[in-house]
Design a protein around this ligand. Structure first.
Ligand SMILES: NC(=O)c1ccc[n+]([C@@H]2O[C@H](COP(=O)([O-])OP(=O)(O)OC[C@H]3O[C@@H](n4cnc5c(N)ncnc54)[C@H](O)[C@@H]3O)[C@@H](O)[C@H]2O)c1
Length: 273
């Protein structure tokens, strides 16, 4: 039985991917900086009827000792880590670059970019010993060079994730490690992320225009998690990109928007449980 470790998996996409992996009989280690949500997530995931097992381990991806502990914990529980997903991420406040504080910028870059780099560096050492494994990094707004007011530092981090992932894939190819590296591109997900910035410290008030776009292009994370996990389990190639919201799908959504009246924000300004 394979084992997957997912960072930032107490809720949102990470949690939903954990659920789908378990249903596919893959052992899961969920981890998060939020201890309360992590404990609730573990309790719910343990109610799934499957042969695979789920464990949880607190881990802030900006702390090297906590990442090392997550790796050690996962190996002690399941003897090997086959798949590692760098999913933890935070949004930024809707402000121009010069309106952000240095602390806010450090926080976003440290979680969204450096967290993934450091986790990859540490899990690579372990997977190199195993001579096998797969690492997936989650892209986001900015990965494709798009820019907009209020997403510039997040976008800088996600553009960096894309380059970093491709560079890591290349290095694995050159060094013939047997490890594969790939990107997950989830599009727009209706999660708490959309209305929370800098790790839930600040609320984001979505404009009606933004909600309209999210209603057309967005999806709940359970739908996207299915696509991502199936893609990961099928993939054997290095430098793969598993994408949900392709250009074609986005164009179709806009074309059919007037027949497809979805409203994710009707009852509350936040996602479903
Ligand atoms: N929601 C979207 O529209 C969207 C779109 C594209 C990409 N993404 C990316 O997808 C990933 C998951 O997003 P989501 O929408 O599920 O977000 P979410 O906010 O619902 O979940 C993110 C999880 O990461 C955890 N986290 C935050 N900082 C952490 C840290 N330092 N260490 C460990 N865990 C930490 C949070 O506690 C939370 O449980 C993120 O990388 C995000 O950038 C989101």
């Amino acid at each position: 039985m394979k084992t997957v470790v997912i960072t930032g998996s107490a809720r949102g996409l990470g949690y939903e991917m954990a659920r789908v992996f378990l249903k596919n009989n893959v052992n899961v280690v969920i981890s998060d900086v939020n201890e309360e949500n992590l404990s609730k997530a573990l309790d719910t995931l343990r109610t799934i009827d499957c042969q695979a097992k789920v464990e949880s381990c607190i881990c802030n991806v900006t702390k090297t000792d906590e990442i090392e502990n997550l790796i050690k914990f996962s190996i002690e529980k399941f003897s090997k880590i086959d798949i590692w997903i760098n999913n933890a991420g935070v949004n930024q406040p809707e402000k121009a670059i010069w309106e952000l504080t240095e602390e806010e910028i450090d926080f976003i870059i440290n979680v969204d970019l450096k967290g993934t780099i450091n986790c990859s560096r540490l899990i690579m050492k372990e997977m190199e010993k195993q001579k096998s494994g797969a690492i997936y990094n989650v892209e986001g707004y900015g990965s494709n060079d798009a820019t907009m007011l209020g997403l510039s530092i997040y976008g800088t981090a996600k553009r960096g994730i894309t380059y970093f992932t491709e560079a890591l894939a290349k290095e694995n190819e050159v060094k013939q490690t047997g490890i594969i590296v790939g990107k997950l591109s989830p599009g727009i997900m209706i999660t708490d992320f959309l209305v929370n910035a800098v790790g839930d410290k600040e609320k984001i008030v979505l404009s009606e225009k933004t909600k309209k776009v999210y209603n057309i292009l967005g999806d709940y994370p359970d739908v996207i998690a299915n696509h991502m996990v199936n893609g990961i389990l099928d993939n054997t190639k290095n430098n793969a990109k598993i994408e949900w919201l392709t250009n074609r799908k986005a164009a179709w959504r806009f074309m059919t928007a007037s027949f497809n009246k979805r409203d994710f924000f009707k009852s509350l300004d936040a996602p479903k449980e």
